[in-house]
Design a protein. Structure first.
Length: 324
């Protein structure tokens, strides 16, 4: 028998090895073209894009915030004109003020949508760095106390107060059903947004009705103000209570001004809106306060308030924890 001779490919390399090497090379080329796509790498690129180390207040921020160049903001983005979505973009008083602040800080403030009554929990769980959502500064919130139960549920927050607003009442236009202010609401139905000052005020007024021998107010609490407005528009309730800027905007634009009318005169319980910062974050709190102060000083604050027709809610001085 004659022995067989096995031929090997030229250069001593198999076709499989050549193909593997080619695939590896192609992969390396692809990675070099696209860049590192890991979460950490993407975060670094975003931070570099958002970071402005020459901004007036950048060095006042905590080091970890400088590194990320980003603050996650919890907000109920259904509260026209304070914060809402239009064609996919977040707009309103709060986002515009946040943008003015971001220019002074040299970082991005990114708005995340949530129902209002979950925002404090989101701060506690560190889902958000701050909350900016037409949130009234109250002692209960400062101290982490649930306004419904009176029990302490967290460490609380510090507030940077930036607007001064009150609570207003509105009805269907020409169909007030006898509602002409809070004193006429006994036995009536009212819609509010859950967890707000309007919700608390309605409960207090209802107790006063019963104490005076009158029928309680029937309160319907919704996740957002838009749902409360829809309930009123369809005649399911007699009135809606919300913060003055929101009430005024709804009366002005809903049905081109034909749906609602304001009742009850001047807003009640004038109180400050505050940016909520978790306790123990003093450096971040103070940097944000300084950013709002610079926005007031350079005129960008006034431009935002003029744009949204809420200049009467302006503050002259930015206070910490000024609510009662």
């Amino acid at each position: 028998m004659t022995a067989r001779t096995t031929r090997r490919p030229a250069h001593g390399r198999s076709r499989t090895a050549v193909a593997t090497a080619a695939a590896v090379a192609a992969s390396l080329l692809l990675l070099s073209a696209c860049g590192d796509q890991t979460d950490a790498a993407i975060a670094r690129r975003e931070a570099k894009k958002n970071r402005n180390v020459h901004a007036p207040l950048f060095k006042k921020l905590p080091k970890d915030v400088q590194e990320k160049a980003l603050l996650q903001v919890g907000s109920d983005i259904t509260y026209k004109p304070v914060e809402f979505r239009s064609n996919g973009a977040v707009e309103g008083i709060d986002p515009d003020l946040a943008e003015a602040m971001s220019k002074e800080l040299g970082i991005k403030l990114n708005f995340n949508n949530a129902t209002f009554d979950t925002l404090m929990g989101g701060l506690k769980s560190k889902r958000y760095d701050i909350a900016m959502s037409a949130m009234t500064d109250t002692k209960e919130r400062q101290q982490g106390i649930d306004s419904n139960t009176g029990k302490k549920i967290g460490e609380g927050v510090d507030f940077i107060d930036y607007l001064n607003v009150g609570v207003s009442l509105y009805t269907r236009k020409g169909k007030t059903n006898g509602v002409d202010g809070w004193e006429t609401l006994c036995g009536k139905k009212i819609a509010v947004q859950r967890g707000t000052v309007s919700d608390d005020l309605a409960k207090d007024k209802s107790k006063a009705c019963e104490k005076n021998g009158e029928q309680a107010i029937s309160i319907e609490a919704f996740d957002n103000d838009s749902e409360a407005q829809t309930r009123l528009r369809t005649g399911g309730v007699d009135a809606v209570s919300s913060d003055y800027p929101v009430a005024a905007y709804a009366v002005k634009v809903s049905g081109h001004g034909k749906d609602f009318q304001m009742v009850g005169g001047a807003p009640l319980k004038a109180a400050p809106y505050g940016i909520a910062v978790p306790k123990g974050k003093q450096q971040l709190r103070d940097a944000l306060k300084a950013a709002m102060e610079l926005a007031i000083k350079n005129g960008s604050y006034a431009k935002v308030l003029d744009k949204w027709d809420v200049k009467d809610a302006a503050v002259k001085d930015v206070q910490l924890n000024g609510g009662s």
